[in-house]
Design a binder for this molecule. Structure first.
Ligand SMILES: Nc1ncnc2c1ncn2[C@@H]1O[C@H](COP(=O)(O)OP(=O)(O)OP(=O)(O)O)[C@@H](O)[C@H]1O
Ligand SMILES: [Mg+2]
Length: 480
């Protein structure tokens, strides 16, 4: 739940938008003018401001500047009507998180609100290095092992430069935390921190998301749109999962790194941008280069400063520290007393391999805490919690993809809605999924349709009809 301030002179819009945000669980404050909005921010800084650019009296742009002067890290989403887009773009260049066009597309707006809130948290909640955090809400990078101490030193060294940084490490080793720490300790910490997850966004949309487009660049491009790279001007751009970036887009990122400029889709002139790039991946980039999936020139450009995060099993001495940290953090979050943990249980945790790394350990502690009845966590509690966790390999392949998938799916659906790409979106989605599920099930049953129908809980004729509809065939040899 967050506190959101709506600044708009249209009472009807304030009311209806306020209602939507409240339904989402946010608390909402409202102001009918720039002056009132500024006063509200001065009184208490909210988590997000949604600001109309056209206001009577103090203009939207003036209000924006004044609000930013109170708190430069306060995310602001600017609302604009057709015809005032340029002002909104102006505000975005000056550090507004993003802008939306009226009339709103509610799901897209809510998506943007949650992105902005997340960005605000990223920018404001400090990542403490090598220390117990000052408060349970604060994130911390924990680790006394030699390997982690080296990581902290490296963060300190690179943070103050503008060097491109590549963060490598297995899934769950803390790459995102390290990216935030570098940003926060850099002289760009007052500028924006924009995150792009290269796997979560389909290729066709990733390009416009990154680089934006000019009006008329493609059907549906009704007005100019700035991309995340431009929005990160004077700030930091975090390209997460860069190892999964499509080759066509890699070329454009390379150009950004070499020439410090971008071109919007359908644009004819390069636009200079000042961004610091931090990239992360759990992929083996050397292998990807050898296989032609990753451009070697981009790899060399990115590989200037590389931070490699060690897997947890190579720094077991950090496990007790991390366990205690998560225990006190989650206990505080759940509003229960920290029950503590026995030496035995700590030994047990230290003996494990943690293929899902710190994320898996954190999940195990959280689960153990949920079932806890107030006694210190014991061996058995820990084992039970571990048993409920998928093992590391499944985690890094399956579960992680699944977690990424829902996020990716949400993104994709929102984009479809926003740009009206598919004509019969609902049917298209449902068909796509049904076909996928059927294919996978048939694969699993080695083509046995009777078995597949039973697994899916549909009748055999229904399954056959669907297979026909989606053009799914099974090899005659394995047919039931
Ligand atoms: N050294 C650490 N100290 C405290 N918490 C950590 C540490 N490393 C990771 N975490 C926590 O573990 C979880 C996973 O970290 P993060 O998301 O940064 O991993 P990642 O390397 O980006 O993983 P992936 O490749 O799956 O995206 C987060 O909740 C993060 O806060
Ligand atoms: Mg990550």
């Amino acid at each position: 739940m967050a506190e959101i301030l709506i600044v708009d002179d249209d009472p009807q819009l304030r009311q209806s938008f306020g209602k939507i945000l409240r339904t989402e669980g946010h608390s909402v404050r409202m102001a009918g003018s720039g002056e009132a909005g500024l006063a509200a921010v001065q009184e208490r800084v909210p988590d997000l401001v949604v600001l109309d650019v056209r206001l009577p009296g103090m203009s939207g742009l003036e209000t924006f500047k004044a609000i930013k002067a109170v708190d430069p890290k306060l995310p602001v989403i600017v609302m604009t009507a057709y015809g005032t887009t340029e002002t909104a773009i102006e505000a975005t260049k000056m550090g507004a998180f993003d802008y939306v066009l009226k009339p709103f597309n509610i799901p897209a707006l809510l998506d943007l609100v949650s992105q902005a809130l997340k960005a605000g948290r990223f920018m404001r909640s400090k990542v403490a290095l090598d220390a117990q955090p000052a408060s349970p809400q604060e994130d911390a990078l924990i680790g006394r092992s030699r390997a982690m101490q080296d990581v902290f030193k490296a963060i300190g060294r690179v943070a103050c430069t503008d060097a491109t940084v590549l963060i490598r490490g297995e899934s769950g080793t803390g790459k995102e935390l390290v990216a935030r720490a570098i940003y926060q300790h850099s002289h760009r910490s007052f500028g924006p921190f924009m995150v792009i997850n290269c796997v979560a966004i389909p290729e066709t949309l990733l390009e416009s998301e990154l680089f934006g487009y000019e009006k008329g660049a493609f059907t549906g491009a009704v007005s100019r749109r700035m991309g995340k790279v431009e929005q990160a001007h004077h700030g930091t751009l975090f390209l997460d999962e860069i190892g999964d970036m499509p080759v066509s887009i890699q070329a454009k990122i390379l150009r950004l790194l070499q020439e410090r400029s971008i071109e919007r889709l359908g644009g004819r002139r390069p636009i200079p941008v000042d961004v610091r790039i931090i990239a992360a991946t759990n992929r083996n980039l050397e292998e990807a280069v050898a296989q032609g999936r990753f451009r070697d020139d981009l790899f060399y450009r990115l590989n200037v400063v590389t931070l490699t995060l060690p897997p947890l099993r190579e720094r077991r001495e950090d496990i007790p520290l991390l366990a205690e940290y998560f225990l006190s953090r989650y206990a505080a979050e759940m509003g229960v007393a920290n029950p503590g943990i026995t030496q035995d249980a700590l030994q047990c945790l230290m003996a494990m391999d943690w293929l899902g790394n710190v994320r898996q350990l954190a999940n195990v502690i959280r689960k153990a805490l949920i079932f806890n009845r107030g006694f210190p966590l014991e061996n058995a509690d820990v084992r039970r919690a571990v048993g409920e966790e998928p093992n590391g390999e499944e985690l890094s392949k399956g579960a992680k993809d699944l977690a990424g998938l829902t996020a990716a799916l949400d993104q994709w659906i929102l984009h479809q809605l926003r740009h009206g790409v598919a004509e019969r979106l609902f049917d298209a989605l449902v068909d796509d999924f049904s076909a996928r599920v059927i294919r996978l099930t048939l694969e699993m049953t080695k083509g046995n349709r009777t078995h597949a129908a039973r697994l899916l809980g549909v009748s055999r004729p229904t399954l056959l009809a669907r297979m026909e509809k989606y053009g799914i065939r099974v090899e005659a040899a394995v047919a039931s």
